[in-house]
Write a protein that binds this ligand. Structure first.
Ligand SMILES: O=C(O)c1cc(C(=O)O)c2c(n1)C(=O)C(=O)c1cc(C(=O)O)[nH]c1-2
Length: 240
C-alpha cells in the first residue's frame, strides 16, 4: 500500500499546484493588473465572473448535502450566507452587482446572462457538477484555490484603484471584503482537507481536485480573452 503523506508533505503538494497553474498567471489577469484592459474588456470580465459568483453558494450547498458530519457542516455553512447575505441588499452576490453597476453595467445586464460566454458557463457548471458528484472532502479540496487568491486580489484592488478610475470606487467593496473572507475560508478548507483526506488515495485526489479547479478558472479566462481580447503585448516597463 502506498504510504500516507505526512501533514507537511501533503500541504506542500497542495501549495505546489498553485505555483504555475493558478489564474494569477493568466495573460488576461496580467493585462488587467497592468492596467492594459479597456472598459469593454473589464465589463466583459465582470459580467462573466458573475456566473461564478452566482454558483458558488450552490456548489457549497451541494457540498453540505453530501456531508454527513454536523461538525463539518457547521464550519462550512457560513459560506452560503457570505454570498447570499443575511438580508436583501447584503452579501457577495449583491456586492458583485454593485461592482457591475460601478463599472457601467446594469443589474439586468448581469442577471440576464446576456454576456455570458459558453466557455464560462461550461467551466462554472463543471465546478458545481464536480462538487455535487465527488466525495465532500475532495470537493472541499477544490475550494483551496482560495489559498492563492488573496495575493491576486490585493494586486487587483491596487490595479483597479490606479488604472481603472472610471469605476466608481465604492464598487470595489467586493474585493476588500473578500480579502479577509478568502483567508478565513482557505484556512478552514485547508484544515478540513488535511483532516479528512486521510488516506494516500484521498490525498492524491485532493491534489488532483485542486489542479482541476485551477484549470477551470484558467478556462474561464481563456473564453473571456477569446471573446474580448486583452492579451496585448506587455509594455517594456512590465518585462524589465
Ligand atoms: O477573484 C478571484 O480571483 C477569485 C478566485 C477564487 C478562487 O480562487 O477560487 C474565488 C473568488 N475569487 C471569490 O471571490 C470567491 O468567492 C470564491 C469562492 C471560491 C470557492 O471555490 O469556494 N473560490 C473563490
Amino acid at each position: 500500500m502506498t504510504e500516507i503523506w505526512d501533514r507537511e508533505t501533503f500541504l506542500q503538494r497542495l501549495r505546489d499546484v498553485g505555483k504555475d497553474r493558478y489564474h494569477h498567471l493568466h495573460p488576461f489577469h496580467i493585462a488587467m493588473n497592468a492596467g492594459r484592459l479597456s472598459q469593454n474588456q473589464i465589463r466583459g470580465w465582470i459580467a462573466n465572473r458573475f456566473y461564478y459568483q452566482q454558483n458558488i453558494p450552490i456548489k457549497d450547498a451541494a457540498i453540505l448535502s453530501n456531508c454527513p458530519r454536523p461538525e463539518v457542516r457547521r464550519i462550512w455553512i457560513h459560506r452560503i450566507l457570505d454570498h447570499d447575505g443575511q438580508a436583501q441588499g447584503e452579501g457577495g452576490i449583491e456586492a458583485w452587482l454593485r461592482l457591475a453597476e460601478a463599472a457601467g453595467l446594469s443589474r439586468d445586464d448581469v442577471w440576464s446572462h446576456r454576456y455570458l460566454l459558453p466557455g464560462v458557463r461550461f467551466a462554472v457548471d463543471a465546478y458545481v457538477n464536480f462538487c455535487r458528484t465527488q466525495p465532500w472532502p475532495i470537493a472541499i479540496a477544490a475550494s483551496l484555490t482560495e489559498l492563492f487568491a488573496p495575493d491576486l486580489m490585493r494586486e487587483r484592488l491596487a490595479a483597479f484603484e490606479k488604472h481603472y478610475t472610471w469605476i466608481v470606487p465604492d464598487g470595489l467593496q467586493y474585493f476588500r471584503a473578500r480579502l479577509m473572507q478568502a483567508r478565513r475560508d482557505s484556512n478552514e478548507g485547508l484544515e478540513l482537507t488535511l483532516t479528512y483526506c486521510n488516506t494516500r488515495e484521498l490525498q492524491e485526489k485532493a491534489v488532483e481536485a485542486l489542479a482541476f479547479k485551477c484549470d477551470l478558472l484558467w478556462a474561464m479566462l481563456d473564453a473571456i480573452q477569446l471573446a474580448y481580447g486583452g492579451a496585448t503585448q506587455p509594455s517594456k516597463e512590465e518585462t524589465k
